[in-house]
Design a protein around this ligand. Structure first.
Ligand code: AP5
Length: 192
């Protein structure tokens, strides 16, 4: 099994690149943001609780997202590997993932971190908000709150994986195809 974590701030291109990567490598795409939006669309109790947190640009509680990921791993027990997008976002989530996957020394394949400047992130997300219907994209203050939350709580996740020598930083500005080619180079170097 080969697992990839695609990491980066809101708007860095995780979702865009994930679509291309799962098609190439046949991995199961697990996006906690997508799973949460599906709960909201289905008006579940979990979705109702998560929506108010997400609309403020804050993180949903660890136990909620860890529970969702645990169910998905069980549902795809025969997968050849997973591409995690937007998860883990805290060190507690990273430690939980190691336990769920029964990994020693965070034995994921690679942790790819997309680097994008804050002004580019805000520009992209305000642009997407015009058409996506995502309620956390329409207000610049909420977008900046998401980035602040990322800097405060999520960047520590990269330090967690650095101790296991899993982190590769990839420039996330430029053409989508060029960024994809850089990601692919890094994955191929570790997969084969
Ligand atoms: P989530 O859904 O994970 O959103 P996010 O991290 O804020 O990331 P985005 O989906 O906004 O951006 P992305 O990096 O996928 O970029 P994309 O490819 O779409 O999380 C949403 C919320 O859910 C969180 O705030 C939190 O509340 C909650 N949540 C989720 N996971 C959680 C967890 N693990 N723990 C706790 N809470 C959790 O691209 C963005 C835009 O840019 C698009 O319009 C795209 O077309 C464009 N674009 C992409 N690449 C390029 C490029 N190279 N050049 C120009 N434009 C580009």
């Amino acid at each position: 099994m080969f697992h990839i974590i695609l990491f980066g701030p809101p708007g860095s291109g995780k979702g865009t690149q994930s679509e291309k990567l799962i098609a190439e490598y046949g991995l199961i795409h697990l996006s906690t943001g997508n799973l949460l939006r599906s709960e909201i669309a289905n008006k579940t109790a979990l979705g109702l609780e998560a929506k108010s947190v997400m609309d403020k640009g804050q993180l949903v509680p660890d136990e909620v997202v860890i529970g969702m990921i645990s169910s998905q791993l069980d549902a795809h027990a025969d997968a050849k590997g997973f591409l995690f997008d937007g998860f883990p976002r805290t060190v507690a989530q990273a430690e939980a993932l190691d336990k769920l996957l029964k990994l020693k020394n965070s034995g994921i394949g690679v942790f790819l971190a997309l680097d994008v400047s804050e002004e580019e992130l805000v520009k992209r997300l305000l642009g997407r908000g015009l058409t996506s219907g995502r309620s956390d994209d329409t207000d610049e203050a909420v977008i900046r709150a998401r980035i602040t939350e990322y800097n405060a709580k999520t960047t520590a996740v990269a330090d967690y994986y650095k101790q296991f020598d899993k982190v590769v930083n990839v420039p996330g500005e430029g053409s989508i195809d060029d960024i994809y080619a850089s990601l692919k180079t890094q994955i191929d170097a570790r997969m084969h």
